[in-house]
Design a protein around this ligand. Structure first.
Ligand code: SF4
Ligand code: SF4
Length: 431
């Protein structure tokens, strides 16, 4: 994986449009757009993106230009053959670009949309700037909103603060009110950190009952202590601890992760507790990203999220100046694969280098994972979290492994039961 960054950006044949006869081949990839770069109106303690301002020498006062925006939209639409193209706007905080920017987004999308193609947008936001005007726009143009919220007030305000260190819960809830008033569909995106991980039911019940989210994404907060400057897989081998040791947990003076990273054991307990609540009360009513994908995988279907997939590489990131990176979590100079001004977006997305990045997820699994009974549900989770050694000293094990194992050890029989029921229902429907 370390060496994937040295491969040339040579397009694979699949980057070229297929217009002959024969089996239909659909080119699909996903790009997460960061129109403000790392600029944000908040200063969340655990944010992995604010530091990109220094790392990438960004100017905080300029966002994505109209030229880059139009070029991106044109190439992104042109590079895909599927009937659906999904734009994801993220940051930093994308609403800082103002509504005028998103009006241009919609205008360019209409201009370049191909016949029969569906263009969709999702917007990942901290919710602070969302007011009636925004909500009206989002509803009119059918944006799906992902709202970052970490649980009830005390848990949310632990790390999600303004630039002057003030709490943000009330500001976010005002945004939620506007979304609800205009009936804008929204998902809750919860960063499970060292603090809220210890309150699984409080977090889950708040987002599903009080907030009313019916789709919830739980993202484990894991950051290497030197994440601001050191790209994943470029860590020093001699500093990598063995899983389960004190340096492989947060809170130790010499820990390899930041203080706010979730403890691997707490991650396991969090997942088990929420899973039990979900199975007992919310099956079919609430979708939880990690559980939905685990059920699908148990039924023999592909994973629905990248962290649980066998390979990476299908989700790139575009920075405000048009630079393209292998993944949103790999926005480091070592993983920049080009700029849309010089190289076609589809060439980069289907390049040998991006393919090597994607294959690296499986190819670099330690033996410990290859022998793991939960391999096909986990696939070593996200490579950026492979910060520790296996019990016998092989590097490349996921920091969260003890928690992931504990979860699957508990949930697997239930997953098998759910999968069997669902398969039976599907078979009944087909009759
Ligand atoms: S590196 Fe992590 S976040 Fe990026 S595509 Fe792979 S699993 Fe997903
Ligand atoms: S649970 Fe642990 S050992 Fe098993 S595949 Fe995942 S990271 Fe590897």
């Amino acid at each position: 994986m370390k060496y994937s960054t040295t491969l040339p950006v040579k397009a694979l044949p699949s980057a070229e449009k297929y217009d002959g006869k024969g089996p239909e081949y659909k080119r699909r990839f996903h790009v997460m757009a960061k129109p403000t770069g790392s600029t944000c109106n908040l200063d969340c303690t655990y944010c992995f993106y604010l530091s990109k301002e220094d790392l990438l020498h960004q100017d905080r006062h300029t966002g994505m230009s109209d030229e880059v925006l139009e070029n991106f939209i044109r190439q992104y639409i042109d590079g895909q053959d599927g009937e659906q193209v999904v734009f994801s706007w993220q940051g930093g905080e994308p609403t800082l670009m103002g509504l005028e920017f998103f009006e241009k987004v919609v205008k360019f999308q209409k201009q370049y949309q191909k016949p029969g193609q569906r263009v969709e947008n999702d917007l990942q936001t901290n919710g602070v700037l969302i007011n009636d005007k925004w909500a009206e726009f989002l509803k009119e143009h059918r944006f799906l909103v992902g709202l970052s919220i970490d649980g009830p007030r005390e848990l949310h305000d632990r790390y999600r603060v303004t630039r002057s260190g003030k709490p943000t819960f009330d500001l976010v809830m005002k945004g939620v009110e506007a979304l609800k008033k205009y009936k804008v569909p929204f998902n809750a995106l919860v960063t499970v950190n060292r603090t809220n991980a210890r309150f699984p039911l409080e977090v889950y019940r708040f987002v599903t009952r009080e907030l009313g989210a019916t789709y919830v994404q739980f993202n484990p907060c894991v950051e290497a202590v030197d994440f601001k400057v050191t790209a994943p897989q470029f860590w020093r081998d001699d500093t990598i601890p063995i899983t389960g040791t004190r340096r492989a947990k947060p809170g130790d003076l010499d820990s390899i992760v930041t203080d706010w990273s979730v403890d691997p054991d707490d991650w396991g307990t969090f997942l088990k507790t929420v899973f039990e609540e979900w199975v007992n009360n919310d099956l079919g009513r609430v979708q939880v990203n990690l559980f939905e994908t685990a059920v699908a995988q148990t039924m023999g279907m592909p994973a629905q999220i990248c962290t649980a997939s066998e390979f990476c590489g299908k989700g790139l990131a575009i920075e405000k100046n048009g630079d393209i990176y292998s993944c949103d979590h790999y926005v480091y100079p070592e993983y920049q694969i080009g700029n849309i001004e010089d190289t076609k977006l589809a060439h980069m997305a289907f390049s040998e280098r991006q393919k090597a990045f994607g294959m690296g997820k499986k190819d670099t699994l330690p033996e410990y994972c290859k022998q793991c009974p939960y391999l096909k549900l986990c696939w070593g989770e996200c490579p950026k979290n492979r910060l520790v050694r296996t019990p016998d000293g092989e590097p490349g094990l996921n920091y969260l492994c003890p928690g992931i194992k504990a979860f699957f050890n508990y949930a697997e029989p239930i997953l098998v039961g759910l999968a069997t029921l669902l398969k039976r229902d599907f078979a009944g429907l087909r009759k």
